[in-house]
Design a protein around this ligand. Structure first.
Ligand SMILES: Cc1ncc(COP(=O)(O)O)c(C=O)c1O
Length: 427
């Protein structure tokens, strides 16, 4: 801390730093935001890794003056990441959590459920919407999204008294007619996993705002380098840090970005009680990975375009879905809300036999779940992340038995094309 900052409150210093980072370009923020100057520390160039559970003081009064008590809600390494994430999205505040799924669940709970400070037993029944069928809150989701979120929304939330309306969010007329007076939330994942659907963030957010509801956008497949939902009127953004933001495939993490008061509520109520805290080591790894996000996303996008064009040119490939193609039904929306089309491709082969053969023949491209890594990863969707879905659910998500999802990594694209070519050639 500078000598001249000694008389300022922590809030004032944070605000001034945030204003300073706002003036920087995205790539500079990736490096500096949250870490320059590193708050209240030594002269270390890199943010230190704080491996501690508690913060100790010489007296109670000193403890009460400080903002650090326990690492379930405060840790300086995580604070640096939280500030970086907020700055990258242009949000007031950020919060890093244990995984992308923790970010999805905590953010949705913070909108759908009430924060209850003190409760007398006789009032408990008022909190269960099922006791009053007239006020069952509902949320709207796309028919197709990451299977973990799909399971959370369609299998768990209904048991918590939340109605979930699953519709085609690319059809704005259907969105409008699905919204009613009890709709609290629209959850938008775009590009959507695994079929690379593109959803119009601004139009969906505008529609939900008409009735005072909120929109949450899962931005995992784009990352803030390519898409900033808060600039498109979304209320809250979530990301799986496990994917592009960390980008090196060595840890899990999740992020929530949005208004300061709402994020404070999530930190000190939802995260504090549900405990899905990111480890400081993972935060440190993610800080390190995030510094190169801009360059990596450019390369993921250009590699994916080349690979998608190759796949489209091969007659053994039936359908290639990539938002950078004019033939993609969401291409115009992707062009207007994204600054690049990302590294994810969907494609189909003709028969299940060919699919089984093809996946065995790949060498350079690795067979594995997850995405957003330096290494290219392919999944045979119906047998990997789609395996837990019933066949009717897969059909309703348009996941056929011959669908592949390819996360294009940072290798030389010609090596990836050569690998795909030799495998397709042998079918
Ligand atoms: C779009 C999307 N959201 C959320 C998640 C969950 O992230 P995590 O694995 O970090 O919990 C994933 C994982 O693949 C995803 O693709």
């Amino acid at each position: 801390m500078d000598q001249k900052d000694k008389n300022k409150t922590k809030g004032q210093i944070d605000k001034e730093l945030q204003q300073k980072w706002e003036k920087l370009h995205f790539d500079t923020r990736l490096i500096s935001a949250g870490e320059d100057p590193y708050p209240e520390t030594s002269h270390s160039l890199r943010t230190p890794l704080y491996a501690t559970k508690s913060y100790v003081y010489s007296s109670l009064s000193e403890l009460l003056e400080n903002n650090y008590y326990y690492s379930r809600t405060e840790n300086p390494t995580l604070y640096a990441l939280d500030k970086k994430l907020a700055s990258l999205h242009g949000g007031e505040a950020g919060l890093s959590v244990a995984s992308g799924m923790a970010a999805v669940h905590l953010s949705c709970m913070s909108v759908l459920q009430e924060r209850v400070e003190r409760i007398r037993p006789r009032k408990i029944k008022n909190l269960y919407p099922q006791t009053n069928p007239d006020v069952i809150p509902n949320m709207i989701i796309h028919k197709n999204q990451y299977t973990g979120s799909f399971r959370l929304f369609t299998k768990i939330y209904p048991q918590m008294g939340i109605e979930v309306k699953r519709i085609d969010l690319t059809d704005l007329k259907r969105v409008k007619s699905a919204i009613d007076e009890h709709t609290e939330l629209i959850f938008i994942e775009t590009p959507a996993n695994p079929t690379v659907d593109i959803i119009d963030i601004k139009s969906c957010s505008d529609l939900i705002h008409e009735i005072g509801g909120k929109s949450i956008v899962d931005n995992t497949w784009a990352s803030p380098a390519l898409q900033k939902p808060l600039e498109l009127e979304a209320d809250i953004v979530v990301e799986s840090l496990t994917k592009y933001i960390n980008g090196h495939g060595d840890c899990l993490g999740g992020a929530i970005i949005g208004p300061k008061n709402h994020l404070r509520d999530i930190r000190y109520y939802w995260l504090e009680t549900q405990g899905a805290v990111l480890s400081s080591f993972n935060a440190w790894l993610i800080l390190r990975g995030a510094r190169t996000l801009g360059m990596r996303m450019e390369r993921h996008s250009s590699n994916a375009l080349r690979v998608a064009k190759y796949l489209e040119s091969n007659e053994k490939v039936q359908e290639v879905v990539y938002p950078g193609f004019e033939s993609h039904s969401g291409h115009q929306i992707a062009k207007s809300q994204m600054s690049g089309f990302g590294g994810m491709i969907g494609f189909e082969l003709s028969t299940v036999e060919e699919c089984n053969q093809f996946i065995e023949l790949l060498n350079q491209i690795k067979v594995g779940v997850s995405l957003g890594d330096t290494t290219s990863l392919i999944e045979y969707t119906s047998l990997m992340t789609g395996i837990d879905l019933a066949s009717w659910e897969r059909r309703s998500m348009r996941i056929s038995d011959t669908h592949f999802r390819l996360s294009v990594g940072l290798e030389n694209p010609q090596d990836l094309i050569n690998d795909l070519h030799q495998a397709l050639d042998q079918l």
